[in-house]
Design a protein. Structure first.
Length: 267
């Protein structure tokens, strides 16, 4: 049943894992989920590839399409319709990012990729250009035991390419992607953002990764449509409903305006 649904959606990499094999953080969030489902018997973890092969000029590739959280809401609605079509009573909840599940740990245990030194999941087909999503199931369908977690090749390309040394820092405090999304920056952090090529996010460590040299393009139509290839004042002032569906909308327009106003004095 899961194979049929995900095949319809163009989602190739997924696996259902037993609850006992997963790591959960935040009893309150997990409790809220279990109130809705009765219990969490298993979780289906899956990858959502998003790269179209196009490269944005001043924002991270992941922010070119509409926000994947919006896609997950649409996907969950279609899964609900699919279950009704099949006559299946399967309580579930689709989530991503803001979840008690340790998503990267689950993806590794599901064999969906290896762990890169930059903290990203590296998939054999789509590289690191994937979002992670999950369906919490109130009734297990066909859970599999977890697999041995694997690490990347360890070539060090991402460590050498990172201009701030953030890849080598376990806390990644100077990651340009993080700093571009930070509202209260120190003068030094402001200067790093000023000199960065991106005004939202950063893809430097991904661009040099061997796993991304021949990364396939996404087969999912949602991530190929309505792209923003450059962050501009016009994009920031986009109509409210459309703007709310962008990956950068959660930080508000003012931070984006501020980032656009920063110009590298060396250019």
């Amino acid at each position: 049943m899961l194979r049929e649904f995900f095949a319809r959606e163009g989602i190739e990499f997924f696996r259902e894992l037993k609850r006992e094999d997963l790591i959960f953080r935040g009893a309150e969030k997990l409790g809220a989920i279990e109130e809705k489902l009765g219990a969490v018997e298993s979780v289906v973890i899956f990858l959502l590839p998003y790269s179209t092969g196009k490269k944005a000029t001043n924002l991270s590739t992941y922010a070119m399409p509409r926000d994947y959280h919006y896609y997950l809401r649409l996907l969950s609605a279609r899964f609900r319709d699919f279950l009704e079509e099949k006559g299946e009573a399967l309580p579930f909840l689709g989530l991503a990012d803001s979840t008690p599940l340790d998503e990267r740990d689950a993806a590794l245990k599901a064999g969906l990729g290896v762990m890169g030194k930059n903290g990203l999941i590296l998939n054999e087909k789509y590289g690191s250009f994937c979002f992670i999503g999950e369906f919490f199931l109130g009734k297990a369908v066909s859970p599999a035991p977890s697999l041995e977690k694997r690490e990347c090749l360890g070539c060090g390309a991402c460590e050498r390419a990172c201009p701030t040394g953030a890849v080598k820092d376990p806390e990644r405090k100077k990651c340009l992607s993080l700093l571009s999304q930070k509202k209260n920056r120190t003068p030094d952090e402001e200067e790093l953002v000023r000199k960065a090529a991106c005004k939202w996010g950063c893809d430097i460590c991904q661009e040099v990764c061997p796993y991304n040299r021949a990364a396939a393009e996404t087969p999912i139509p949602f991530f190929r449509e309505d792209l923003v290839e450059r962050l501009t004042e016009e994009a920031v002032e986009e109509e409210k409903e459309a703007f709310s569906k962008r990956a950068y909308a959660w930080r508000g327009r003012n931070l984006l305006r501020r980032n656009l106003e920063l110009e590298d004095p060396e250019k």
